[in-house]
Design a protein around this ligand. Structure first.
Ligand code: NI
Length: 253
């Protein structure tokens, strides 16, 4: 079995409509040892569970993404709570704050906070989306002290150190291979490999040399090569450590 663990994927996306099952068959019988598909709405959370039940090494996070938050979200959390009881649901995600899009911030905070409480109550880890909302995200992490991952980490070195000190993992993907990745390189330099996990966020954020193309879990190898280079270790060692971290954070050990 391979040693790539993709902690954050969206194989429910329509970009995979033509070859979803062939692709997953190939990846999960080859170089990929695990995938956690992320919910963004009730519908995609259910689809993530459906995918997780088709494959031994596929799991689901269930939750409402800040970009998808609307006036129904608070009511829908009762469905998310029920989905959490599925044995293939390993986290509440992806949840968080996105100040790039113009979904009202008070609504985003309300939905995020309710899901942090839900995860705490059920002792499940969370997968946090933080886009241009570093200060508020950090405040919520300090308040609720969740276990889990800050995915596609885009904060500063100082924020990364604080997130790790609070007991969470840093999720890194294709961005680390981009030319303008100076901030991500600093984060990788300062965070021990024991607190890093790898992800695609596919179909988006494919690493160089596939930037702009459809991403999939096998391309994590290019991110691992770059991170291993920064860390001064072999790619295989980095893949092994980060796959162990992924299993630990999602409770799969
Ligand atoms: Ni995502």
């Amino acid at each position: 079995m391979g040693n790539i663990f993709d902690t954050h994927a969206h194989y429910d996306d329509e970009a995979f409509n033509n070859d979803r099952y062939e692709l997953l068959d190939r990846l999960l019988s080859g170089e990929v040892c695990g995938i956690v598909n992320q919910g963004t709405t009730v519908r995609t959370s259910e689809f993530s569970l459906e995918l997780a039940h088709k494959y031994n090494n596929m799991y689901a996070a269930v939750g409402i993404h800040p970009e998808c938050a609307d006036e129904n979200s608070m009511k829908e959390l009762s469905v998310i709570r029920e989905l959490c009881s599925d044995k293939k649901a390993v986290a509440v995600g992806e949840i968080g704050l996105d100040y790039y899009y113009d979904v009202p911030r008070e609504l985003q905070k309300q939905v995020f906070e309710a899901q942090l409480r839900l995860a705490g109550e059920l002792t499940l880890p969370v997968v946090i989306h933080d886009r241009e909302a570093h200060g508020d995200v950090l405040d919520f992490i300090r308040k609720y002290r969740p276990k889990g991952i800050v995915h596609c980490f885009s904060g500063s070195r100082e924020m990364a150190e604080e997130v790790v000190r609070l007991g969470m993992y840093i999720g890194m993907g294709g961005v680390i291979t981009f030319k303008n990745a100076r901030k991500s390189v600093e984060v990788i330099e300062s965070v021990p490999a024991e607190f890093l996990v790898l992800e695609t966020d596919c179909p988006y954020l494919a690493p160089v040399p596939f930037r702009g193309k459809r991403n999939d879990s096998s391309l994590i190898r290019f991110c691992a090569e770059r991170i291993a280079e920064i860390k001064g270790m072999s790619t295989e060692e980095l893949l092994k450590i980060t796959a162990e971290n992924a299993k630990t954070v999602y409770g799969l050990n």
